[in-house]
Structure formats: C-alpha cells, structure tokens
Design a binder for this molecule. Structure first.
Ligand code: MD6
Ligand code: FE
Length: 162
C-alpha cells in the first residue's frame, strides 16, 4: 500500500495541515487496515476514481449529535475537480442522514446509515449537500456493544485524498 503522510484537520478554520493545531504533533499516516477497508469499498464503486487517502476524519456523535447540511469542499481544487470520492463508514447507533442538491432540509432525501454502512460520494455527487439530522438511541447492534463496550452514539470515519 502506498504510504502517504497524513494530514490534520483544524475544525475551527476547516483547513488541513501537516500538524495538529493544539500541540504541533505530526499527523500520523492512516493505519493500513483502515486504508484497506476504505480502498476496498472504493473499488466496488467502479464509476468513481480510486483514491489513496491521506485524511481520515473521525467524528463521534452522542445521541444528541447533529451535523447541519453542508458541502465537503475543503479538499484541494484538483481533488474536487476530479470528483475524487470520499468514503464514509458508520459505526454504532444509526444516523438519519440527509442529502440533496441544496441546503434546504425539506427538499433533502433522508436515509438511515446503520452500523457497518458505507457511503461514497464522488464524481457528480461529490458536492452534494449532506448532514446528520439525528442519531437514534440504542440502535447499535447488540453484538457490537457486547464485544467492544462501545459507548452510546455513533462513530463516523471519512476517508479522503487532499
Ligand atoms: C457523517 N460526515 O457523519 C457525515 N463532513 O455521516 C460528514 O459529512 C463530514 O464527518 C465533513 C467533515 C467531517 C464529517
Ligand atoms: Fe461532510
């Protein structure tokens, strides 16, 4: 697997850089096992280019967590122009996920993202508006809770290539 230097995301400026804003630590590379999952998923969506991810954003949502409708356009001009996909993996409680062509949530399509679901936005769909309207309490698979002791809520990993 091609090793690339990882990038840190500064959530306040929404920009990417080589180091972590609060302590200057170097961004680690993405573990191969994680990269393998993302790239395997990517290869099943053969209409999209294959990425070599250098960014993995991990978000933890409590059962009150939400994310407003937004476009992901903080990656490089070239990445966005090429429609390089991002690959999102959901773990834990189910999210109600919205997507659409505008920021209007009443016009958006609503789907459930359950634990283990993978969502790929690339090509023409790369700049769709998307967000999380709610996280459904106590919907994670019971085996996951028993085997990992995962907390209530949802973990989302998104893999991207800057
Ligand atoms: C999700 N996450 O949690 C969708 N976007 O299913 C995002 O849309 C997202 O987690 C930009 C940056 C971080 C994210
Ligand atoms: Fe996003």
């Amino acid at each position: 697997m091609d090793d690339v230097t990882g990038k840190e995301r500064d959530p306040t400026t929404r920009s990417y850089g080589p180091t972590r804003p609060f302590d200057g630590a170097q961004a680690p590379t993405i573990p191969d096992a994680f990269k393998m999952i993302a790239q395997t998923a990517n290869s099943t969506a053969s209409e999209f280019p294959q990425i070599n991810p250098d960014i993995c954003i991990v978000n933890y949502y409590t059962n009150f967590g939400k994310l407003g409708l937004h476009q992901d356009k903080d990656e490089s001009e070239s990445s966005l122009t090429k429609g390089l996909p991002f690959i999102s993996i959901s773990i834990g409680d189910t999210a109600e996920f919205l997507f659409g062509n505008t920021r209007d949530k009443d016009q958006a399509t609503k789907i459930n993202l359950e634990s283990g679901d993978v969502l790929i936005l690339g090509g023409e769909s790369r700049l769709l508006f998307h967000g999380v309207s709610r996280v459904k309490t106590d919907t994670a698979p019971s085996w996951l809770k028993e085997e990992t002791g995962i907390r209530p809520g949802r973990i989302n990993l998104t893999f991207r290539q800057y």
